[in-house]
Design a protein around this ligand. Sequence first.
Ligand SMILES: Nc1ncnc2c1ncn2[C@@H]1O[C@H](COP(=O)(O)OP(=O)(O)OP(=O)(O)O)[C@@H](O)[C@H]1O
Length: 347
Amino acid sequence: GGYIFGVLQKKRMIYNDLESQDAVFADVAPLLTSLLDGYNVCIMAYGQTGSGKTYTMLGPQLEGNLAFAIEEESELGIIPRATQEVFRLISEKPPGSYCVEVSVVEVYNNEIFDLLAKDSCGKVFGIKRDVVTTREGKSDVPLLTHETVENASEFLHLVKKGLLLRVTHPTLVHAHSSRSHLVVTLTITTQKMHCTPAEINFNMRCFGPSVDIESSLTFPPHYSFEADLLSVTSAFLYTVPGMSGVTGAALRETSFINRSLSALADVLGAIAEQRAHVPYRNSKLTHLLQDSVGGDAKLLVMLCISPGQKYLTESMQSLGFGTRARQVQRGQVKKKISQCRVKENKT
Ligand SMILES: Nc1ncnc2c1ncn2[C@@H]1O[C@H](COP(=O)(O)OP(=O)(O)OP(=O)(O)O)[C@@H](O)[C@H]1O
């Protein structure tokens, strides 16, 4: 059994392991309305191995592999429900006004892997990517794969494929444990009414050939354009179980996990104290999550706790992280006005 603590600014919700996925999602759903109102949203699960992050965020894992069951609707976690809700909200808007894309990234040993990248035969395999800061001061992962999805089930199949690539290393605590952080992002692009040639080309890719395009237009191989991008980022942060018996490669992994999580705690501390400099670039994890935890995003932290006495140290550590997250006072969050992403011209 476990407990989940949800921390959203000043509100605090506590659920035990018998609470239905439905009840947990009911408290998350209002965040998604904010998304289409123009805010970035980040939902983060934090907890030691086996404490229920995957169950809370995705649903029960299938025996023998890392995929999760999507057949049992009542067991679905926050991400599938959030995706269904996003598509439901979009269906109430004029047809074709939003484009939804997904990316799946793993942070392992302070390296970033694109879990949706494909080889020349179209087979998915993880490619190492880098995270950079754009001229506008945003974080960006150049060449990261963003797949367009039309509905929640397409989204879930892509996430499932990405999950199967995750680096795993069984621990004594939990046989199918993953020793990496996972970041799944749903990016929503709003179509603009007055398009430049580059935007028309992008809209063609996202919305199909319904956009009128003049055959005489030529496009440079790479270009940038202005568009409204909104994102729901869901991060699964792996925290370290007791160190006894951990040696060799596992010890190296453990120290990277510790470093990226302490970098995240430092970032939250700097935001909480409203320091002028927030050390996002101290780890790949914090650099990647920069626009999701800081600036103008709405952040929800779900702490997963195993209540057994055996896990007291880990539970106290997770609660300490939650306490720090709660101290973040970010004033009025700002709506996104316009963001720029460099797109590769694929035509
Ligand atoms: N509230 C719950 N109700 C029923 N089963 C649960 C619940 N929470 C977790 N479980 C089960 O407990 C086991 C461990 O949970 P889960 O895989 O979600 O942990 P995790 O934190 O993602 O672990 P890791 O970090 O090692 O990947 C799974 O078999 C999961 O289905």
